[in-house]
Design a protein. Structure first.
Length: 244
C-alpha cells in the first residue's frame, strides 16, 4: 500500500481512463446538444460557454496525477539505490572470515536506515492470518496461508492449518517488504561474535531474500523492453539463474 501523496502505476492508469471517460461523455453530450438545440437556445449557449472548463479541469487533474507519479518514482528510485548498496554490502560481508567490528555496525545501521526509508513511501498492509496456539509450548503461531505446513519455532511441532480445530482469523498490518527485515535479523543474530557460523548458507539465504526485495520494488517502476539485447553464450548455470 502506498502513502497518499504518491501515485502508483495502476492509480495513474485509472486516472487516465477516468479523464478519457469524461471527455467521451462530454463529446456525446455535445453531439446531443448540437442535434437538438440551436444557437438561440439557452442550453446550447450554456454548454458552449462551459466547454473551456470541461476541457481544462480534467486536463489539470490528469497533469496533477502525472506530477505525483514522477515525484513517487524519483523518491522510490533514490531509496532503491540505497537499498542496492546496503544489501550488496550485507552479502559482501559474508565473504570475510574475520570482518572488523565497524564493518558489521556499518551494515546493520545501513539496513535499519533502508527499512525506515521504505516506510516513507509504503504503508503497512492489512493481511489476513490464521492464529492458533501450539499444543506443546502454548506459543501463539500466525500463518498467512492455510494450505502449507507450519512449524512451531520453539518446540518444532508441525501443523497443518486445515486440521486445527481451534483457530482464529485475524487481520494484521505488516511491513510490505518483509525480506529486507529478514536480512536485518540475520545480522542481528551475529551481534556478539561478529561472524557467520555458516557463511555460505547465510549468503545463499541473503541472495534469495534480496531477489524477493528487488522483484517487489521493481514492480513499481515503469520499465521498458530494450530495443536490442546484448548477451554472450549462456550456460546451464546462467539459465538456471535467470529462471530464479
Amino acid at each position: 500500500m502506498i502513502k497518499g501523496d504518491c501515485m502508483r502505476r495502476k492509480d495513474l492508469r485509472r486516472l487516465v481512463y477516468f479523464v478519457i471517460l469524461i471527455y467521451i461523455i462530454a463529446t456525446i453530450f455535445g453531439f446531443f446538444i448540437i442535434l437538438n438545440f440551436n444557437d438561440e437556445d439557452f442550453t446550447f449557449r450554456l454548454f458552449f460557454t462551459l466547454i473551456p472548463f470541461i476541457l481544462a479541469i480534467p486536463a489539470a487533474y490528469l497533469s496533477w496525477g502525472f506530477q505525483r507519479r514522477m515525484s513517487y518514482i524519483r523518491a522510490l528510485r533514490s531509496i532503491y539505490i540505497e537499498i542496492v548498496k546496503t544489501i550488496s554490502n550485507s552479502i559482501e560481508y559474508t565473504f570475510f572470515e574475520k570482518p572488523q567490528e565497524d564493518k558489521f555496525y556499518k551494515v546493520l545501521i545501513s539496513l535499519e536506515s533502508s527499512i525506515d526509508h521504505l516506510r516513507m513511501i509504503f504503508k503497512n498492509k492489512k493481511v489476513k492470518f490464521y492464529k492458533f496456539k501450539c499444543e506443546n509450548c502454548q506459543k501463539e503461531i500466525y500463518s498467512k496461508t492455510s494450505y502449507k505446513e507450519i512449524e512451531c519455532e520453539i518446540c518444532e511441532k508441525k501443523y497443518i492449518i486445515k486440521e486445527i480445530k481451534k483457530i482464529e482469523k485475524v487481520n494484521l498490518f505488516i511491513y510490505p517488504i518483509e525480506s529486507i527485515k529478514e536480512i536485518y535479523k540475520e545480522f542481528d543474530r551475529i551481534r556478539v561474535d561478529k561472524i557467520f557460523n555458516e557463511r555460505e548458507i547465510v549468503r545463499k539465504k541473503l541472495v534469495t531474500l534480496w531477489k524477493r526485495v528487488r522483484a517487489t520494488i521493481l514492480e513499481e517502476f515503469d520499465r521498458v523492453i530494450p530495443t536490442k539485447i546484448e548477451t554472450l553464450a549462456l550456460t546451464e548455470k546462467d539459465i538456471a539463474f535467470i529462471k530464479k
